[in-house]
Design a binder for this molecule. Structure first.
Ligand code: 0PR
Length: 397
């Protein structure tokens, strides 16, 4: 291959081959459902900001896992962590940009383990097997993966009628093997927010690491609180919260993949990577600085006011859908954030799926809709109208 000034000179054949490959790829992509179709009513991701896509391109060759060659990208990451630390009431945050909620949750449990093991070593206590974590039964399935991956026992605490964790259940599950408790701020299925203050009290008394999974709620709750929605706080302003995960690739408007994990104290977990200038503290060895750049672009472009505007529209659309469903005589659960659950006959649910609506069902059988920024009033009106028609035709089923 001839290289000229960093630009590849192509033969005619190569040019044709490139065109063919791109056509093939575009054909594959036709099978994907686009956010702009309005059909996606149950995804926690959305169409990212244009500037985030541009930002990613600039940093496409960088690697957050290699400090020697990606100083600029790592600096961006630090700035983002500091900004989000401000949002979450923490002055001097530590943390990483990750690939999303799953990676953040894995890394945080690794950190809890590292801290516990170090503390036990210092006090001369014997290692406990198996280590245990306590998560609400409404927590994301990434914790089941953690159980498998890290050989950790995951104990599930029960939840109340509002799908928030029952503090007594958590207390009853704690024992000497517990290395972490997890609270969720914006559960995947219901958008419910656990009592993080209550969990923090329990964890401080028992000297247990507390992680808050705000993968979805992290870029919603701070803003709806500013809009005077009466929802619980979950941030570092609560003493006893050790780490928070929140995902820019969900309501943060960033490109996929991007997650964030913030720690109150400097993390202890690391492995030796002498040939890479010392220690490696992340889960992934190679991870694009493009995700950090996209994050920087979103945070700076939108600022607090921009996020408030986006979240306000999502909440108003959620309310609009809720009212529309109620008017059709459908039972809904009062939404905490932009996730709506309702009861609908199986036949109608199935027909909606058949006709192309991307919706889902919770483990308890409720239909679940996530109203993301790509969902507009016109899409909701169409969805409501389809339900109305299906209800009219109900005798057919
Ligand atoms: N924690 C919570 C509370 C979550 O809701 C999720 C994902 C995670 C952790 C894991 O995050 P990553 O998927 O970034 O690793 N919640 C969504 C869900 O399971 C993820 C998702 C997003 C699924 C878009 C589908 C989709 O189209 O529903």
């Amino acid at each position: 291959m001839k290289i000229q000034n960093d630009k590849q000179t192509k033969t005619k054949q190569e040019e044709t081959k490139e065109k063919e490959i791109l056509t093939e790829l575009r054909n594959f992509h036709k099978k994907d459902v686009s956010f702009s179709s309005g059909k996606i009513l149950s995804s926690m991701c959305t169409k990212p900001l244009k500037i985030a896509e541009e930002a990613r391109k600039i940093f496409k060759e960088t690697n957050l896992g290699d400090k020697r060659i990606s100083e600029g990208a790592i600096e961006i990451e630090k700035v983002c962590i500091r900004w989000v630390g401000d949002l979450l009431n923490l002055n001097q945050p530590y943390g990483f940009i990750t690939s999303g909620g799953t990676e953040s949750n894995i890394l945080t449990i690794m950190e809890a383990r590292a801290r516990k093991r170090e503390a036990m070593k210092e006090s001369g206590e014997k290692e406990m097997v198996p280590e245990e974590i306590i998560v609400p039964e409404t927590s994301h399935f990434s914790f089941d993966k953690i159980s498998f991956l890290m050989d950790i026992k995951v104990k599930k605490a029960s939840v109340d009628k509002n799908f928030c964790v029952d503090l007594n259940s958590v207390k009853n599950l704690i024992n000497k093997n517990t290395i972490a408790v997890v609270g969720v701020a914006g559960t995947t299925e219901y958008g419910s927010i656990d009592d993080i203050e209550g969990l923090a009290q329990i964890c401080m008394v028992n000297k247990i690491y507390l992680h808050v999974d705000a993968a979805f709620g992290g870029f919603v709750i701070p803003f709806i609180r500013k809009l005077n929605y009466n929802v619980r706080n979950f941030d570092f302003g609560i003493k006893g919260v050790d780490s928070i995960a929140l995902d820019p690739h969900k309501m943060g408007m960033n490109i996929i993949p991007s997650g964030m994990l913030l720690f109150r104290k400097e993390p202890k977990f690391s492995v030796n990577a002498s040939y890479l200038q010392g220690k490696h503290e992340r889960l992934l060895g190679t991870f694009s600085g493009g995700s950090a750049a996209g994050c920087y672009a979103c945070l700076k472009f939108l600022g607090e006011d921009g996020y408030i505007k986006i979240v306000k529209e999502c909440m108003e659309n959620t309310k609009y859908l809720a009212e529309g469903l109620k008017n059709l005589g459908i039972e809904i659960l009062n939404p905490t954030m932009n996730i709506l659950n309702f009861n609908i006959r199986k036949e109608i649910y199935n027909k909606l799926v058949e006709t192309g609506w991307i919706i889902s069902k919770t483990s308890k059988g409720y239909a679940r809709i996530v109203i993301m920024p790509h969902t507009k009033r016109t899409h909701i009106k169409k969805f409501l109208n389809d339900i109305k028609q299906l209800m009219k035709n109900t005798e057919k089923y």
